[in-house]
Design a protein around this ligand. Structure first.
Ligand code: GCB
Length: 627
């Protein structure tokens, strides 16, 4: 669509996990949406691709591959976007490649408008999983015949300061390793997939535009939405804010940059299985009118808004002032071929499986998931514990100032991106760090307090392993999340010890902190189709008994202070190769191809029963459900 010259601000928005893009934290990060004033173009599809295999992985920069077409500087292959590049070819060296890879494609920006000045660096970004964008309007030139060329360089090298951390080992023993040989060590249990994992979008706004919207609901106040707008490049502007219900009727309005919207007879946002109409979303339409000496501008942005409150007591998690019990899963962004690449069929299938299971929640273990997934959670009423990529912080050097600063920036980015999602009820700042190390206390105190200051309306957690004595985050969090693998990593094969050890775990944690506890991981690796009675490790029967023994204790403790259980894991997922993993982690209740193991049926019975037992599930959804 043509846009009148001078009105367009073009932004290249990368909703993914790569490098090189300047992110100014004082700007908003509204999900690019079309409106009467904005256009969005997806640049997904097949891109040109080359891994920089030079010894220092730097040839692409030295020879300025971005200055020309990638195919002119060397061979290229087809690479789908979004997708991890690792499993796309038959080449084992690409699967395990560490370093810079280059993506490039051409795009006609919008018919009859300008194209980009190619080869000019527009942005850079450190860290994966969170979006970044660059304004490219200034680079447009009047040459409608030329498509623009977009080049993106991505690097999966981790350091002790990145989130997650990792380190490169250069192997110098010439009797064992060829010249220049190096490997990357990671301290987390999933394959370090890399590439452009999420959509690349090009979008326009008028010159003056709505840059950010923050909505929030405070604990215990029902039907009140507080909002705050930030606008750009509008010297003087007229604002109109309209909150509309599902039928498009205005339920509250304002003409201020910030304020309160009080909704009468409010339809609250409820979790799945807690209400007959879960995931109710209003629409907040923001209209900005501005003018300068040249022109008048109007921008329209519509944000889905769910109205709900979250609160925590010493024994309960309350949503809309009613006790909420997390019966859910931990997930990964992971599947065959595409790795961590965003894929709608997979996402929709996963939501269908979650609903089939009767799961009302998940944790985004161990990094932020695609924004489209968060939007699905909002719509379907799936409650989210939103975790940053603070996984595998195990080396003492990862508790230094550089890491801490980086961790604070990542929390800023995460909160800025996900603050408006009603499904997000808690932030998780880390998973199982080496909390016994002396600097961990200051480190996590700082990260947790920073997160609470960023968002005073949501509780914060930190996921610990079962050993409470080592914990450092717990004194500062609102909810204790504990992972444990009794009869697996502890006393493998001894299913009979689960009740005693799990009971001790809960009692110790509660005695020490008097905070509600979520069992944030438990489970057992299971090779589908492997059977044994009596059960032995890795069989479906063994996984079943692990679950049942945990469940007995949960049933007792949920009467006191246990407020949730999240199985490890929803589905099998890929890991790096090692003697403890048989083509990945097999603790899924579904296979990687999303077929149920026997444990999925046990979990389904339980979750539907739990939903019924809370007494809030309306009769028309009583188990057995329609599946
Ligand atoms: C954990 C980790 C998770 C692993 C899991 C396992 O404690 O948080 O990332 O995959 O255990 O299966 O070992």
């Amino acid at each position: 669509m043509a846009r009148p010259e001078g009105l367009g601000v073009f932004r290249l928005s990368c909703l993914f996990a790569v490098f090189e893009a300047a992110c100014l934290l004082d700007t908003g990060m509204l999900f690019p949406r079309e409106s009467s004033s904005r256009e969005v173009k997806e640049l997904n599809g097949v891109w040109n691709f080359r891994a920089d295999r030079s010894p220092n992985r730097n040839r692409g920069f030295e020879r300025a591959w971005y200055k020309r077409r990638l195919a002119e500087t060397g061979p290229v292959i087809d690479m789908p976007v979004p997708a991890s590049y690792n499993d796309i070819t038959q080449d084992p060296t690409l699967r395990d490649f560490i370093g810079w890879v280059w993506y490039e494609r051409e795009a006609v920006v919008w018919k009859n408008t300008s194209s980009w000045v190619n080869g000019v660096k527009v942005t850079e970004h450190k860290g994966g999983h969170l979006p970044f964008e660059a304004e490219i309007g200034a680079l447009l030139r009047k040459d409608p015949t030329q498509p623009c060329r977009i080049t993106i360089a991505v690097n999966n090298t981790l350091s002790l300061d990145t989130l997650p951390p990792g380190s490169i080992q250069h192997m110098s023993d010439k009797t064992k390793y060829p010249d220049g040989y190096f490997v990357q060590s990671i301290f987390f249990d999933f394959f370090n997939y890399a590439g452009i994992h999420r959509s690349v979008l090009l979008y326009t706004t008028p010159k003056a535009y709505v840059d950010d919207i923050t909505v929030c609901c405070f604990p215990f106040i029902s039907g009140l939405v507080q909002y705050k707008l930030s606008v750009r490049d509008a010297v003087s502007a007229t604002i109109s804010v309209t909150l509309m219900d599902k039928g498009g009727h205005c339920v509250a309005s304002s003409s201020e940059l910030s304020g309160d919207l009080k909704v009468k007879d409010v339809n609250l946002w409820w979790p799945y299985l807690m209400h007959e109409n879960p995931g109710y979303l209003y629409s907040l339409e923001v209209r900005l009118k501005a003018a300068d000496e040249k022109s008048a501008y109007e921008d329209v942005y519509t944000l889905p808004v769910g109205i709900r409150t979250v609160n925590v007591t010493s024994t309960q998690f309350l949503i809309n002032n009613k006790p909420f019990y997390f019966h859910g899963v931990n997930k990964h962004e992971d599947s065959d071929i595409r790795g961590k690449g965003f894929d709608w069929p997979l996402i929709v299938k996963d939501f269908n499986l979650l609903k089939w299971l009767g799961a009302n929640s998940f944790r985004t273990s161990h990094y932020p998931y695609a924004e489209e997934i968060m939007q699905m959670c909002d719509r379907h009423g799936i409650v989210v514990i939103d975790e940053c990529p603070g996984v595998g912080i195990k080396d003492i050097r990862s508790f230094g100032n550089a890491s801490l600063t980086n961790h604070l920036v990542v929390m800023d980015e995460l909160v800025r991106r996900d603050k408006n999602h009603p499904s997000v009820v808690m932030w998780s700042v880390a998973n199982e760090p080496a909390a016994e190390m002396p600097p961990a206390d200051f480190y996590f105190k700082t990260v947790i307090q920073h997160t609470k200051a960023l968002d005073p309306t949501r509780p914060v957690t930190f996921v610990s392993d079962s050993n409470y004595a080592r914990d450092k985050g717990a004194p500062y969090v609102d909810v204790i999340c504990v992972n444990s693998y009794f009869s697996w990593y502890h006393d493998p094969g001894h299913l009979e010890l689960i009740p005693l050890q799990l009971n001790t775990q809960f009692e110790n944690w509660y005695r020490k902190y008097q905070k509600p506890i979520i069992q944030s991981e438990y489970g057992a690796d299971t090779v589908p189709g492997l059977h044994s009675d009596p059960p032995v490790m890795f069989t479906e029967e063994y996984q079943n008994i692990v679950l049942k023994n945990y469940h007995k204790v949960f049933d007792e403790k949920k009467k006191q202070y246990v407020i949730g259980e999240l199985i490890w894991n929803f589905a099998d997922f890929m890991t790096s190769q090692g003697v403890l993993r048989v083509v990945g982690n097999k603790k899924g209740v579904f296979t990687r191809q999303r077929q149920p193991k026997a444990a999925a049926f046990i979990l389904k019975e339980r979750y539907w029963r739990l939903a019924n037992e809370t007494g809030i599930l309306p009769p028309w959804t009583k188990y057995p459900c329609s599946f």
